[in-house]
Design a protein around this ligand. Structure first.
Ligand code: HEC
Length: 238
């Protein structure tokens, strides 16, 4: 081995050590690190009622409530925390698989100090049910998992629209956090953007509309079809 090869070899080993210090997510048993941790929501297998799936529930909740502009999105990432994908979450925030009470990601949701609680005021704290999603997901091993939970024949407002809006849009479009002055917790406003074309334009990433949900992957095809079908059936409050 000549000196140059030796030097390159040492440099490489040193770099590997340096990189491994940067909170690389450990390869945990049972974790599907599909697509380098950035799978698009919607797995093949049917959802089990006992499992909380990262791609279906956790990621949309974090994006909507925490990855808003000026917070933990790709541009701002306050405190170096970026909550936009499995990889960035596992790399930038403390999550101890199996131990929600020891995980910063869960603990900050329950802080009473307004300077520490997440999301901070004026955003409202997560609901008990939303906190439970994060809690159970960590307890179940904080996996990057997904399941197929979408059925295009369900097109009622309560059955199809509300779950989508609550999961993917509400965090940024509610009375306490009114992105674009738009409150999507009120049916009348959802109906309004359904009629004026902004709903389909934004979720289909049509040129001329801001792409929604902001900073996240496009909704999967099945969800977009559910919304299209609901609009085609009259965008009713049913
Ligand atoms: C992370 C925050 C965030 C999420 C999540 C989000 N939005 Fe938005 N939305 C914004 C912001 C901010 C704007 C203003 C335009 C911009 O800066 O991109 C906006 C603009 C819009 C507009 C345009 C309003 C107008 O009058 O031009 C529509 C429609 C919209 N969002 C719908 C949705 C829908 C539907 C979802 C869920 C599928 C969603 N948004 C999820 C932050 C968000």
């Amino acid at each position: 081995m000549n000196k140059l090869t030796l030097f390159a070899g040492i440099a490489c080993i040193v770099t590997m050590f340096a990189l491994s210090c940067k909170h690389e997510p450990e390869e945990l048993p049972g974790v599907t690190n599909n697509n380098n941790g950035n799978v698009v929501t919607g797995g093949e297998q049917a959802c089990s009622v006992d499992t909380v799936y990262f791609q279906n529930k956790v990621l949309p909740l974090l994006i909507s409530n925490c990855a808003k502009s000026d917070c933990h999105d790709a541009i701002s990432h306050q405190d170096d925390i970026q909550l936009t994908s499995y990889l960035t979450i596992m790399n930038t925030v403390d999550v101890d698989p199996g131990d929600p009470n020891g995980s910063e990601l869960y603990k900050v949701l329950n802080e009473t100090d307004p300077n520490k609680i997440m999301p901070p005021p004026p955003s409202t704290p997560l609901t008990a049910a939303e906190k439970n999603i994060i809690y159970t997901w960590i307890l179940q091993g904080a996996k990057n998992n997904a399941c197929n939970d979408c059925d295009t024949t369900t097109i009622t407002y309560s059955g199809a629209m509300l779950p989508i809006i609550n999961t993917h849009c509400k965090g940024c479009h509610n009375p306490a956090f009114l992105s674009a002055g738009l409150d999507l917790t009120a049916y009348a406003n959802v109906s309004n953007i359904a009629q004026n074309g902004k709903l389909m334009g934004t979720i289909n990433h049509v040129t001329g509309y801001p792409a929604m949900p902001r900073g996240a992957n496009k909704l999967n095809d099945c969800r977009i079809t559910q919304i299209r079908n609901w609009i085609a059936a009259g965008a009713q409050n049913n």
